[in-house]
Write a protein that binds this ligand. Structure first.
Ligand code: L14
Length: 339
């Protein structure tokens, strides 16, 4: 029998944390003991895991003693504070927040794209899980970059509310219900109404006029693809969708590549399913990707305004591949090859 690991999930009661626990079970991760950690407010609740109800404990400085792998989705401030504490106790942290992603001593890993980067986990004991929008984009673009060299990316996202957490899922339900019943919708989570609306605003605004989410796509994509020469510009938009982010992606390549070449490459790319048959009205959609782990790509066509340009539409479940599944895949890589 293979080795079993003591695993902790920090932020277990959140939308992503819940899915992390479900993924550990679904993928039959070799768990010896599972510890569920959250704030004092959630302590005492239980979550189901392999037929048992596991109690949620308060996350404290001593939580990680004896833990081999800690998967964090408890927000940037908690990760900033507790990831080094966990690492000091010998627990390898897989962190889903943006706190450590751009730290040169922290690998930023998408297992289908740059598994070899994981090796550098020893420097700080922390591995970062990329931003949801970045993960699905690089899963689809990495094989194209390897083949034809991507010079520039122009991306616009259509992002689900679940990325913000349970309170935003409730907000979209509540506002939709209110509007349909001719009642006054309330804005609690977002600065404006999200029901029947689009907000070109995800995470905070920077002095440059971009949002932090947009710049995460720029910097994280370059780090994962290990190529700082790629020009990237992003517009990230919140749409009234519960699960799965969609992206309109335009690329310019160094070498010429046809839409057929791209389709062929992606048909055999790990983690990708091509859904691209316009004659049958077939293209990737958020409602089809939800609950799945693959990244779905369609609408692959030439950008006729330039010599080497391709347009495509990339969709994936932001809570699964965009967060929980990718984090558990990193833990699997660690367990299989490093611990
Ligand atoms: O992981 O949808 O950097 O509001 C932070 C913003 C995840 C999505 C991250 C959102 C993102 C989140």
């Amino acid at each position: 029998m293979g080795k079993l690991f003591n695993v902790a999930v920090a932020g277990a009661t959140g939308a992503v944390g819940n899915q992390m626990v479900a993924c550990l079970e679904e993928r039959d991760f070799p768990v010896n003991n599972l510890k569920l950690l959250a704030t004092a407010k959630s302590a005492g609740r239980t979550l189901p895991f392999k037929g048992e109800e596991i109690p949620v404990e308060e996350l404290t400085e001593t939580s990680f003693k004896g833990v081999d792998i800690g998967i964090f989705s408890a927000g940037g401030a908690t990760s900033q504070q507790f990831a080094p504490i966990a690492a000091r106790d010998g627990c390898v942290v897989v962190d889903n927040s943006s706190a450590w992603r751009m730290d040169p001593g922290v690998p930023l890993v998408v297992p289908e794209v740059n598994p070899q980067a994981t090796a550098n986990y020893e420097s700080k004991g922390i591995i970062a899980n990329p931003n949801c929008s970045t993960i699905q984009m690089v899963v689809a673009l990495a094989p194209i970059h390897a083949k034809a060299g991507i010079k520039r990316i122009v991306v616009s996202t259509y992002q689900a509310v679940s990325g913000t957490g349970k309170k935003a899922i409730d907000e979209l339900y509540d506002q939709t219900r209110a509007i349909i019943n001719s009642a006054e919708p309330e804005n609690r989570v977002y600065p404006h109404r999200i029901a029947f609306n689009c907000l070109p605003h995800i995470d905070v605004f920077l002095d440059s006029g971009y949002t932090k989410e947009e710049m995460k796509m720029v910097h994280e994509t370059r780090k994962i693809l290990q190529d700082d020469t790629i020009g990237i510009t992003a517009t990230t938009v919140r749409v009234p969708v519960f699960y799965s982010h969609s992206e309109s992606v335009n690329i310019e390549t160094r070498e010429r590549i046809t839409p057929e070449d791209v389709r062929d490459l992606l048909e055999s790319a790990p983690g990708v399913t091509v859904v691209d048959d316009p004659s049958q009205n077939l293209y990737p959609m958020a409602i089809d990707a939800a609950g799945k782990d693959d990244t779905f790509v369609g609408r692959i066509r030439a950008d006729e305004s330039i010599a080497n340009g391709i347009n495509m539409w990339i969709v994936s479940d932001n809570i699964r591949k965009g967060a929980a599944t990718n984090a558990v895949q990193i833990a699997e890589l660690l367990a299989r090859e490093y611990l």
